[in-house]
Design a protein around this ligand. Structure first.
Ligand SMILES: C[S@@+](CC[C@H](N)C(=O)[O-])C[C@H]1O[C@@H](n2cnc3c(N)ncnc32)[C@H](O)[C@@H]1O
Length: 268
C-alpha cells in the first residue's frame, strides 16, 4: 500500500518513531490513562486509527484488552514493532497492526470501540478523507459501538498571531542513544479558507562529538475543526455525538479548553 499523503511527513526523517517517543510533551498528555480506561470499559477488542508507535495501544494491551492498530507511516510502525519485541508474549498477542489509510480501510470485522487519539483526524485535511474515515469507522463499529477521538480546540487569537519564526518547544536533552535533541516549531501560514495550519516541527539532532546538529523538518498541515462541523460530519456517516469534553479529565468544553474530545455512537 502507498503511504497516505497525510502520513508522509512521519516517514521523512530517519528513525522518526524513536524521536517521536522521546518528545517529553507527548509523554505527559493525560490521554493514555483516558483511552486505556475507555478500552477497559468497552471490554474490547479496540480499533485505533493512527496508532503510531503504540504510545496508547501498548498501554491498552498491557491492561488486558486486545487492540488492532492502523497507521500510514512505516517508520512509526517499525518503532511499534521494536517496542513489541520487548513486551511479554501475552501483551504481544493482544496487538495486531496494519499499514493502512485511516481515510479508507476495510478489516472485515467490527469493534465495540474505535479510537483516534492525539489529533489523528486533524491530519485528514480534505472533505473526502474526513468523510471516508468516518464512513470506514461506522462499518467497523458493532451495534451501539462508540467512536472516541480528540482534536484541538481552535484558539483564534493564536491563529492571527505571527508564528512564522522558529520558537523552541523542546529544550535540548539527551536521547537514550547519547545523541542530543532540541526541537523548534513554526507555523508559516494559516489557511483560513480550508481551516489549515501549515506546520513545521524542526528537529536538531547532534551526535556525540559532532559540532553542528543535523536539521530535520517535519512539514504537515493540521486541519482545525469547530464542534458543529464535526457533529455534522459524523451525522453524515450515521453517528450521533452524545458528548464533547474539553480535556482528558472530563472537564466541560469551554472557549479556554485545549481539547475537543468527541464521544459518538453508531445509530441503531
Ligand atoms: C500525532 S500521531 C499519533 C499517534 C498515536 N495515536 C499516539 O497517540 O501517539 C498521528 C499518527 O497518525 C498517522 N496518520 C496520519 N495520517 C494517516 C492516515 N491517513 N492513515 C493512517 N494513519 C495516519 C501518522 O502516521 C501518525 O502515526
Amino acid at each position: 500500500m502507498k503511504t497516505p499523503r497525510s502520513a508522509v511527513s512521519y516517514d521523512s526523517i530517519p528513525d522518526f518513531g524513536a524521536l517521536y517517543d522521546s518528545v517529553p510533551a507527548y509523554g505527559t498528555r493525560g490521554d493514555i490513562t483516558f483511552y486505556t480506561q475507555l478500552a477497559k470499559d468497552s471490554g474490547g477488542p479496540v480499533l485505533e486509527l493512527g496508532c503510531g508507535t503504540g504510545r496508547i495501544s501498548l498501554s491498552i494491551a498491557r491492561a488486558g484488552v486486545p487492540i488492532t492498530g492502523i497507521d500510514g507511516s512505516r517508520e512509526m510502525l517499525a518503532r511499534l514493532e521494536a517496542k513489541l519485541a520487548a513486551e511479554s508474549p501475552a501483551v504481544r498477542e493482544r496487538v495486531t497492526y496494519h499499514h493502512g489509510d485511516a481515510s479508507n480501510f476495510d478489516l472485515g470485522k467490527t469493534f465495540p470501540l474505535v479510537i483516534a487519539p492525539f489529533r489523528v483526524l486533524q491530519q485528514l485535511t480534505t472533505l473526502d478523507e474526513q468523510l471516508g474515515c468516518v464512513m470506514s469507522v461506522v462499518r467497523h463499529l458493532a451495534p451501539g459501538g462508540q467512536f472516541v477521538f480528540d482534536v484541538f480546540n481552535p484558539h483564534f487569537a493564536m491563529f492571527v498571531r505571527d508564528r512564522s519564526a522558529e520558537a523552541e518547544d523542546t529544550p535540548v536533552f539527551m536521547l537514550p542513544d547519547g545523541r542530543t535533541l532540541r526541537r523548534t516549531a513554526r507555523i508559516p501560514r494559516v489557511n483560513y479558507v480550508d481551516q489549515l495550519s501549515e506546520t513545521e516541527l524542526i528537529y536538531y539532532i547532534t551526535a556525540a562529538g559532532q559540532a553542528e546538529p543535523q536539521r530535520y523538518v517535519q512539514r504537515f498541515d493540521m486541519k482545525w475543526y469547530l464542534r458543529a462541523e464535526l457533529v455534522h460530519l459524523l451525522a453524515r456517516a450515521g453517528l450521533t455525538v452524545r458528548d464533547v469534553r474539553g480535556d482528558f479529565d472530563a472537564s466541560p468544553l469551554t472557549d479556554q479548553s485545549n481539547e475537543q474530545i468527541f464521544f459518538a455512537v453508531k445509530n441503531a
